[in-house]
Design a protein around this ligand. Structure first.
Ligand code: HEM
Length: 428
């Protein structure tokens, strides 16, 4: 069988952080791939070839079968060929995982580790912290309203709110939050010269890996002290659940504890802030939509679900095939790499009517921004709840809202979203 090879401009774009800042252009490429080559091989100089999955159905099929499509055999985060070699050389057992969290685990470890915190993230437990989250939302809203009718919503509001929530849940003191925000942005926005640690274009894999190593080392230093503290003085926070967790009857190993803190501390804020900012952008662009929600009585569930689909903050995760198999009409070989292109799945015409229209009334809204199957986002209920509470606290306070400048997206092929959203607003 002839191997379907994606046109070079698509293969290059889907790994290029800058392409994710040019969202509309990128979506045209994804639309072409869905229509013409939904499972296409992406070949380019820096990355070993991989299958790009652009259709909703194929992303679901792979996400549901974690035995056949591994998150652990090779990194579930896309690394360049050279970067992967270097990561292998410097990681324990040469496994290539710069940090080891749920995202880099398969059975049986994955479920053992996931179960440590899973009940914490379920709606029943989240209800017990709803009042605390509402306090953070109110405080966030007051600060925004005090800005005098104009702000950069992405930078001044959305970037901080989910961070405060996660830090509060983890039990990290407020004075350490700026450090956590900086480290997360450096981790996810490593390619964006406005955000990364070097404040410069990254030109080599060596530089990229080195920068990530420094960021991870900073996280490790910080969290080692947290582990020691919570083991000595357990508290009612998520850090205590992780620090005192046991795996196979023994305390959670240091590497995995650090991976756990890092994933909880980082996965939950840039992502949730991207969807929150995306929702506000659509309300600012569309006065009729804003009018529908501004009195605070309309249920925001549809708005939030659509904002998550619309923004799809996680741009991709990788899997590695553990056996030969057929997928979507193609023959996949053991060891092949597959990229789950979530933004494309969430614009799939076969699943969503009019996918390029923001429509809070979609029922059902089968968006896959949180992934699917065994690795489905652990924080999905928290993310929705945070967004709902912020909308409940913010929208009734506003008389009007509009864009006050051009929004801009971050250059990142991993977690994307708005880095600038200038808005003008009137307060009730
Ligand atoms: C809009 C917000 C969010 C989006 C779009 C999002 C997206 C995702 C996606 C796509 C995955 C699947 C990874 C895979 O299949 O390999 C994932 C996993 C995960 N997310 Fe989220 N996430 C969001 C918010 C959060 C929040 C608030 C937290 C909580 C702290 C969180 C924690 C996690 C964790 C721990 C995993 C790993 C789960 C596992 O591998 O078992 N996320 N997320």
């Amino acid at each position: 069988m002839n191997q379907p090879t994606l046109p070079a401009e698509i293969a290059v774009a889907i790994v290029n952080p800058k392409a994710y800042a040019e969202w509309d252009d990128l979506h045209e490429k994804f639309a072409w791939a869905r229509a013409n080559m939904p499972l296409g091989i992406a070949e380019n100089d820096q990355f070993s070839p991989f299958w790009a999955l652009t259709r909703h159905a194929d992303i679901l099929a792979v996400s549901r079968n974690n035995a056949r499509f591994s998150s652990a055999v090779r990194s579930s985060i896309l690394l360049s060929h050279e970067g992967e070699m270097m990561a292998k050389a410097i990681t324990p057992n040469n496994d290539g995982h710069l940090a080891r969290s749920l995202l880099q685990m398969d059975a049986p470890d994955h479920m053992k580790y996931r179960l440590l915190t899973q009940s914490w993230f379920m709606p029943k437990n989240l209800r017990t912290i709803e009042a605390r989250i509402r306090e953070i939302a109110r405080d966030t809203v007051e600060k925004m309203l005090a800005m005098g009718g104009e702000c950069d919503f992405a930078k001044d509001v959305a970037a901080y709110y989910p961070l405060h929530v996660i830090m509060c849940i983890l039990g990290i003191p407020p004075e350490d939050e700026p450090r956590m925000l900086m480290l997360t942005q450096q981790l996810f926005g490593a390619e964006d010269p406005e955000i990364n640690r070097a404040r410069a274009e990254i030109v080599s894999a060596e530089q990229a890996i080195q920068m990530l190593q420094f960021v991870i080392a900073d996280f490790e230093t910080y969290f080692a002290a947290i582990t020691a503290d919570r083991r000595a003085h357990p508290r009612d926070d998520l850090a205590t659940v992780i620090a005192t967790g046991t795996i196979n009857g023994a305390p959670i190993p240091d590497r995995e504890a650090n991976g756990y803190y890092m994933i909880v501390a980082t996965a939950g804020h840039d992502t949730t802030s991207a969807s929150t900012a995306g929702a506000i952008m659509e309300l600012a662009r569309n006065p009729a939509l804003f009018a529908r929600y501004r009195d605070g009585t309309t249920d925001t569930a549809g708005l939030i679900e659509e904002a998550v689909r619309w923004t799809t903050p996680v741009q991709q995760f990788m899997r590695t095939a553990t056996e030969d198999c057929e997928l979507g009409g193609q023959w996949i070989h053991k060891g092949d790499r597959l990229m789950l292109c979530y933004p494309s799945g969430n614009r799939d015409e076969a699943v969503f009517d009019d996918p390029f229209t923001f429509n809070p009334d979609r029922t059902p809204n089968n968006q896959i921004a949180f992934g699917f199957g065994g690795h489905v986002c652990l924080g999905q209920h928290l993310a929705r709840m945070e967004m709902r509470i912020l909308m409940e606290e913010l929208l009734p306070r506003l008389k009007s809202i509009e864009l006050a400048g051009e929004p801009a997206r971050v250059e990142s092929a991993l977690v994307g979203g708005l880095k600038r959203l200038p808005i003008r607003f009137e307060v009730n």
